[in-house]
Design a protein around this ligand. Sequence first.
Ligand code: ADP
Ligand code: MG
Length: 239
Amino acid sequence: MNSSNKKKIETGIPGLDELLDGGIPRGNSVLLSGGAGSGKTTFGMQFLVNGAEYDEPGVFVGLEEYLPDLKKNMSHFGWDFASLEKENKLILTRLDIWKFGSVLSGGVDMELFADTVRSAVEEINAQRIVIDPISIMGLMYRSDLKFRLDLVGLQNSLRDLKCTTIMVLDTLSGFMSRYNTEEFVAHGVIVLHYIKKNYIRQRGLEIWKMRGTKHSENVHSMEITSNGLKVYSGSPVFL
Ligand SMILES: Nc1ncnc2c1ncn2[C@@H]1O[C@H](COP(=O)(O)OP(=O)(O)O)[C@@H](O)[C@H]1O
Ligand SMILES: [Mg+2]
């Protein structure tokens, strides 16, 4: 079967796909939320690098971190971005969000943003997208309702591209969303925990919601190793 006919997108993150009954339903937009250092960017990059191996090219849309720094940090996991970019399996791009909107205008021109993402997607026939972090857009909105409607618009545009998208959301540790609106709109929500208990930090992963599939309802223990994230599917933790 051609990979683009498969109903699920495998994340390839060790331990995770079995918790998702095979992977993320194709075309879903998934919010990946967590506090600082919880592993969100690593998750996003691993999702894209693994996609390249399954012949599912990917686009990383960075909205905050300086790209050379990001590449340098992520190359420690053994990911060869230069080769993947050369083979047209990956595009890493950084967009200046202020070019798409302002606090004064009360939001982001999502159509223009989606058009910009679309040209990168079409360039390499991408099937995976990571936007990191989407939460920065929320800072421009004065109306939660408008943010919510615009996010729905963006998701629909990305689905029309037949892409499966991870939208990274910076939250305070333990919270699912930042604006109390994104989680209702997204097709899925994955939460990364990074909790301190008795002076020891523990990492965890939780699938809070995933439309179109059954999934684990536990918080699973997770590690960041020299190869990226690793989820312990058999061991629910109680943080
Ligand atoms: N090689 C590694 N081995 C183990 N942990 C690492 C390694 N590299 C980075 N980390 C951990 O990953 C964290 C950064 O993860 P990152 O994906 O950037 O988080 P976020 O995007 O949620 O802020 C670091 O703070 C560190 O704890
Ligand atoms: Mg990050």
